[in-house]
Design a protein. Structure first.
Length: 339
């Protein structure tokens, strides 16, 4: 069951990457990621003992000694490092968008040649090339690590590729010392590590999509009450001809709608002397705006200067800060209402 689950998850990741290519420009790098993840999915599928046994039974006469499933697996991982090398090449400063396509053509040609050599001559040679390709990818990945959404995805993908490279070297060592292969229909050597590597690559490939979706869901949850209040007062900030859209776009739309409604409530750009200058402290600033948003007819006076995001804070971060302050003041407001 573990084999099937791993293969299914990797195929889902490959499908997600295909969907991203369909909705965004199909650049050389994006297509390469699709090829890479699809190759990993193929390798994970052939690693299923039942699938491997079925493929081995299809071995045609005249094929070099060795099981056909082994050839498919090494070919899949060669395709993975080949396509990933295209993505890695795009990250180097010496490679421009103009010449990336020519470089990708050369890399793909080399990968196709490597697959042909591995199938016709030596699986061990194929695993050696997988290890070499993985080293190039890992070095490139380490050069581009940072604490961003993209950086975290690169880190996971690079970790999976490093594990692939290590396992490929162990495959070469096992071949050189002539260690016996697992019996037909039984899990191949190191199958747990190969599954982990496949999952790391798959998760790294879709990390950006998943993290952005999760962050959008969290944002929508945090600003729900504030959004309902402000849109209820100023329904004109919502475009009624909007159709269904993605979670990320819906979160961005609601942030913009809250900002527009706050701006309208403040008087549409009028500066009031009674409002004073917004404080430098973000929590104090957000709390006052939140109290005013809840009760615009109270003692608090706000103008457009208070509505604008503070320096260094994005509109999303500013709306989240106001929403947190809005929720934290809900208890105090309820107590005052009871009294």
């Amino acid at each position: 069951m573990t084999f099937w689950s791993t293969a299914m998850l990797v195929w889902v990741a490959a499908g997600a990457r295909v969907g991203r290519v369909l909705v965004k420009p199909a650049t050389t790098a994006r297509v390469a990621i699709v090829v890479a993840v699809a190759a990993v999915a193929l390798g994970a599928t052939v690693a299923v003992p039942e699938i491997a046994l079925a493929i081995d039974n299809l071995r045609p006469h005249g094929l070099r000694s060795g099981l056909l499933s082994d050839g498919v697996v090494v070919s899949a991982w060669l395709a993975f490092v080949t396509a990933t090398s295209v993505v890695a090449a795009a990250a180097w400063p010496v490679v421009s968008r103009r010449n990336l396509r020519q470089i990708a053509t050369v890399i793909y040609a080399g990968g196709t040649t490597a697959v042909a050599i591995a199938l016709s001559w030596s699986y061990t040679f194929g695993w050696l090339l997988v290890a070499v390709g993985a080293i190039f990818v890992v070095v490139t990945g380490l050069r581009n690590l940072d604490w961003t959404t993209l950086g975290r995805g690169i880190a996971i993908y690079t970790a999976g590729t490093a594990l692939v490279g290590g396992l490929a070297m162990l495959q070469v060592r096992r071949a050189l010392v002539d260690e016996p292969r697992a019996p037909a229909g039984q899990p191949a050597w190191g199958w747990q590590a190969w599954e982990i590597a496949a999952l790391l690559v798959a998760f790294g490939a879709v990390w950006i999509v998943v993290e952005l979706w999760v962050r959008a869901r969290v944002l929508l949850s945090r600003i729900r009450s504030l959004h309902r209040l402000m849109v209820g007062r100023f329904p004109e900030v919502v475009a009624h001809d909007q159709t269904g859209t993605s979670t990320q776009l819906r979160a961005s739309d609601q942030v913009a709608q809250i900002m527009d409604a706050l701006y309208l409530q403040s008087g549409g750009g009028v500066e009031l002397a009674a409002a004073g200058t917004p404080p430098a402290a973000l929590p104090e600033h957000a709390e006052r705006v939140a109290r005013w948003a809840r009760n615009p007819l109270g003692d608090i006076v706000i103008d457009a200067r208070w509505i604008a995001p503070p320096e260094g804070v994005s509109p999303r971060g500013w709306v989240q800060a106001i929403a947190r302050a809005y929720e934290s003041t809900a208890g105090a407001h309820s107590e005052q209402a009871v009294r």
